[in-house]
Ligand binder design. Structure first.
Ligand code: A3P
Length: 266
């Protein structure tokens, strides 16, 4: 990995931009932003502030690797681990081969949550932009509801299979998005281990904010996520829930086997 260094003062402080050593590749609405924010408090990390969309965008991809490097955050000299997140990578067909080819050593992080909750979260985001959108129950009662993207994405095993053609399982770390909300420090402990960085981020860094629907925040100014995260979810009918449970049971079983994980909601 080539590093462009610039001396910014007469002291020893140097800054640089480097290609990421780790990428949060998804999954959309599973807590990707929270995970990145939590990781950002580690002294060894430099994290991107926006989603880069390099590997999944034909336009950005043609700009080349130097362009990609230039999108990375400026890292100070003790920040040796650059991390970017683009949740759409997980479901994009071309991305696994592209990353494997251009960043053969990179570590991948995938955060997953109960696909039913993920679907509702995705729905809420769309509904926010389209007032007259049908209710969630109405969508699920349609004949072709399985083809609706918020539902399809939750069959994680479909997409994971593609990644496993290019990456060994040891290079992919799975984060339980449900546990990241309940006990973030537990998930962070295993992420830090996977990234081979010190176990800096611990329970004492977090508090649960009653004004943020009890989601965890970091004990620092602006330590909570913004208003577009942790939104209120509508309740759904038992019938809808059962239908989705049946739909996802095969996908979840496949996921357990492929990823060798056993999260409580699986
Ligand atoms: P909702 O807003 O639907 O509740 P992503 O960042 O991948 O888009 O995921 C967004 C989801 O992260 C939120 O969906 C929320 O449930 C979840 N989340 C996890 N930890 C959070 C935290 N500490 N603060 C706010 N939202 C969090």
């Amino acid at each position: 990995v080539c590093i462009i260094s610039t001396i910014i003062s007469s002291s020893e402080v140097t800054t640089s931009k480097s290609l990421p050593q780790a990428i949060i590749i998804g999954v959309k609405k599973c807590g990707t932003r929270a995970l990145l924010k939590f990781l950002s408090i580690h002294p060894a990390t430099a994290v991107s502030s926006t989603e880069i969309h390099y590997f999944d965008s034909p336009q950005n991809f043609q700009f080349g690797l130097d362009w990609y490097r230039n999108q990375m955050p400026i890292a100070k000299n003790n920040q040796y681990l650059t991390i970017e997140k683009t949740p759409h990578y997980f479901i994009d067909r071309q991305t696994p081969a592209r990353i494997a080819h251009l960043l053969p050593e990179v570590k991948l992080i995938v955060i997953l949550r109960d696909p039913i909750i993920r679907a509702i979260s995705d729905y809420v985001q769309i509904k926010n932009r389209h007032e007259s959108y049908p209710t969630f129950d109405e969508f699920i009662s349609m004949n072709n509801f399985t083809r609706w993207t918020p539902i399809k994405i939750g069959c994680y095993s479909l997409y994971l299979r593609r990644w496993l053609k290019y990456f060994p399982l040891e290079r992919i770390h799975f984060v339980d998005g449900e546990n990241l909300i309940q006990r973030p420090w537990q998930e962070l402990e295993s992420v830090q281990k996977f990234l081979n960085i010190s176990n800096h981020i611990q329970q004492e860094h977090f508090y649960f904010n009653s004004h943020k629907r009890n989601f965890p925040c970091i004990k620092q100014p602006n330590g909570c996520l913004g208003s577009s995260k942790g939104r209120h979810h509508p309740s759904i009918s038992e019938h809808t829930r059962e239908k989705l449970k049946t739909l996802y049971s095969t996908c979840n079983q496949q996921l357990k086997e492929l990823a060798q994980i056993n999260f409580s909601w699986l």
